[in-house]
Design a protein around this ligand. Structure first.
Ligand code: SF4
Length: 224
């Protein structure tokens, strides 16, 4: 499978924020978010072909208990089921980070679903229409939320996004404790500025606020 990077850091977002974790980042995505923070896995995918065995061996070398299989879109990676099964056999806690547009029967302890809102659609003649058609797959979201322990994270660019989020979580029956809102932005300054209006909106709607610790600490950097 094509892998962009493997690294050891703290989980920066969501319910497991701060937990030491090995990140396995697959390359390739079926979406093209305009603000994608890993364009080297989507707009211009990079990476090297790796076997499941070599990845598991590298993950074990870090000595951590938590593994995050992320992307790109890991659910379209050809051997993602084999990879997560091999990690489970070795006793790892597995988080899979997905946009929730494709289903694969992965082994997973926390399905971290990040449905893409209208704010993600790029002004791109080729990818704009494809992205808009693909970004929300209600049947896949319903299946993932029914079959796995999950969190639903949204990247929020403006207060107007709350209307789309409200409609989506209400249709899917997602409880507020599983909804996490994160500010869009690639610098600590932008995140701080947006947190000032996003936290009150979380309080008003009964949603959780999620920081983006890796951006707060390192800004827009790879491998952290
Ligand atoms: S789904 Fe994730 S990896 Fe794919 S384009 Fe959007 S932000 Fe980038």
């Amino acid at each position: 499978m094509k892998i962009a990077e493997v690294f050891y850091s703290v989980q920066g977002e969501g319910k497991l924020v701060g937990v030491p974790s090995v990140f396995v980042r697959t390359s390739g995505c079926n979406l093209r978010c305009k603000w994608c923070d890993t364009p080297y896995t989507s707009w211009a995918p990079e990476g090297v072909a790796r076997t499941v065995e070599s990845l598991v061996e590298e993950v074990e070398g870090f000595g951590a208990r938590h593994v995050v299989v992320t992307g790109g879109e890991p659910m379209i990676a050809p051997e993602v089921v084999a990879l997560t099964s091999a990690l489970r056999e070795r006793g790892f806690h597995i988080t899979v980070e997905t946009a929730g547009t494709v289903y694969a029967p992965v082994a997973c302890d926390l399905m971290s679903i990040s449905p893409k809102l209208a704010n993600s659609t790029p002004d791109d003649a080729r990818w704009g229409p494809v992205h808009e058609r693909t970004r929300l797959a209600m049947d896949v979201l319903a299946r993932l939320t029914a079959e796995y322990a999950y969190q639903m994270k949204f990247v929020v660019a403006s207060p107007a996004d709350l209307e789309e989020i409200g409609e989506l979580v209400s249709k899917l029956g997602v409880p507020g404790e599983n909804v996490l809102l994160m500010p869009e932005g690639r610098s600590p300054e932008v995140l701080r500025e947006r947190a000032l209006w996003l936290v009150p909106l979380c309080l008003k709607n009964g949603f959780r606020y999620s920081p983006r610790v890796h951006v707060d600490i390192w800004g827009d950097r790879r491998g952290v």
